[in-house]
Design a protein around this ligand. Structure first.
Ligand code: NAP
Length: 381
């Protein structure tokens, strides 16, 4: 039986992780959950799972405790996520938080030598160097929950990084893959949230449309597999059935396929070497054909910009991530236009200096400055 502390239990990944836990109650048990504000969803989870700890904003403590007096409540304001991962040494931590707010909890989980199942890719984008350093003095295993990286991990099983020519991750092209540059001037939030293949949280759906998500995944692959950036590539694959390919130096290419269902990546991360029987709805004859094409660098101009920041390395990854986080949230609120996401990111990168090997404290202070800058720029435009 594996006990799970689920950070971000009410989101898209969190909900699908609970689906898997409920499908295999003999293997997985939910021990703790966190959310920011979705208190009704947390109460629904508590009805079905006798969890021992809930982490949320302090304002929800009374509501939770009035129904579940025995549950330990930790507040986000009081570093509840950090306190949580310090408990229950044998539990796995599944980090399904959205945004770089997930980084301190990832680092603390590793400091506690607990295994971390990482959906929160922003942890690696912003603090990949800190995570890799922390792993050196820990017995933690870092297991990705992302369809592409789960696929790369499967392709790399029993193989050596030095034998790899290129790692290739696929991108659906997002909500606007059939739009022209001209069309993009008129798009709305509703248009942007209509992803063709995946049902995901709002932020990652927008990141998929702008191709920022693929930048983040290249950075993720760089840290997870120790691959230099010039050996990681991304291509558009409309059907989202092939998630990643590894091209080996001897000419062999391994591709990983599967339905566009994140529960499979979640189960793969949770189960380890014991394979569970899950729904196997994969019918290539029905899919018919698989299409691949290069990324249109003019239309997805954030892709090259993001890769340049990745290669530059250092604090600018945090600038890129935070400016993107704030700009996407402004777009989702209807405060800026879709194309202004890129404008704001560029201004932030221009305004702040890069710095090599930033500490966690430097990153956290820097993020506050970037957030204030982007909010001010958005008002000024
Ligand atoms: N969704 C996918 O299919 C998918 C696939 C691959 C990777 N990922 C990655 O997985 C992560 C989660 O994505 P998602 O789509 O599941 O996100 P989501 O649906 O937006 O869920 C985010 C979760 O984090 C909580 N949260 C948000 N802001 C917080 C804060 N400031 N402090 C504490 N908790 C906070 C939310 O709580 P509330 O509900 O209370 O707001 C929710 O439980 C992201 O890094 C994403 O890139 C997602």
């Amino acid at each position: 039986m594996k006990d799970i502390q689920l950070l971000g239990a009410t989101g898209s990944i969190g909900t699908q992780a609970i689906d898997i836990i409920e499908e295999f109650p003999e293997s997985f048990r939910l021990k703790a959950v966190s959310a920011a504000h979705s208190v009704e969803k947390i109460l629904t989870i508590l009805k079905r799972h006798p969890v021992d700890t809930v982490v949320m904003h302090a304002e929800y403590e009374n509501k939770i405790k009035s129904v579940y007096p025995d549950v330990t409540f930790l507040s986000l304001e009081n570093d509840g996520l950090i306190q949580l991962v310090k408990t229950d040494k044998d539990a796995l931590v599944l980090n399904a938080l959205v945004g770089s707010v997930g980084l301190p909890a990832t680092l603390e989980t590793i400091a506690q030598s607990k295994d971390v199942l990482l959906a929160n890719k922003e942890s690696l984008v912003v603090g990949g160097h800190l995570i890799m350093d922390a792993l050196k003095s820990s017995t933690s295993e870092l297991i990705p929950i992302d369809s592409e990286h789960s696929a790369l991990k499967a392709c790399m099983k029993g193989r050596m990084t030095e034998d790899v020519e290129t790692m290739i991750i696929t991108a659906s092209g997002g909500s606007f893959r059939d739009y022209t540059l001209e069309d993009l001037k008129k798009v709305t939030v509703q248009d942007a949230l209509k992803h063709p293949n995946w049902s995901m949280g709002d932020k990652i759906t927008i990141d998929s449309a702008t191709m920022m998500n693929k930048v983040f995944e290249v950075i993720e692959a760089h840290f997870l597999f120790g691959m230099p950036y010039d050996k990681i590539d991304a291509i558009i694959h409309r059907e989202s059935q092939v998630h990643a390919l590894v091209h080996f130096k001897d000419g062999n290419v391994l591709a990983h396929m599967g339905p566009a269902d994140m529960r499979i990546a979640i189960l793969s991360a949770l189960q380890g070497s014991k394979v569970h029987k899950y729904r196997t709805l994969f019918d290539l004859a029905k899919i018919g054909s698989l299409n691949f094409e290069g990324i249109d660098r003019e239309k997805y101009s954030l892709f090259d910009l993001g890769l340049a920041v990745a290669k530059e390395d250092g604090l600018h990854r945090a600038t890129l991530n935070k400016a993107n986080e704030v700009a996407v949230s402004l777009f989702l609120k209807g405060a800026i236009h879709y194309l202004e996401i890129e404008t704001l990111i560029k201004r932030a990168l221009h305004a702040f200096e890069n710095e090599k090997n930033p500490t966690l404290d430097t990153i956290l202070a820097h993020e506050d400055a970037v957030e204030a800058f982007v909010l001010k720029e958005a008002k000024r435009r």
